[in-house]
Design a binder for this molecule. Sequence first.
Ligand code: ZN
Length: 101
Amino acid sequence: MQELRGAAAAGPPVTPVLTGAGQRATGTASQALSSVARAAIEVLAGDLAASPMKECGRPDCTRVYLDRSRGHRRTWCGMEECGNRVKAAAYRRRLKERAGE
Ligand SMILES: [Zn+2]
């Protein structure tokens, strides 16, 4: 595989800060870009099957999302956008099949 060098990743990353409200980060825009580039390299180099990043299950949708659901069984990028569309289409298909019987 060709080596992928991220010039942005070479710079210093943002500084993580732990607060009473959780974690946040401070830094400049170039530091933020470095952190994003570093995270992208980690995702691309890692085991994608074990990654929480998934593609939406609706064939016409091109979105990816982080599956942070319990059991990692989330299928859609969002219920409103895709999950409901797929479920409604399956329901209509079942009704049509029943009507044809
Ligand atoms: Zn989707």
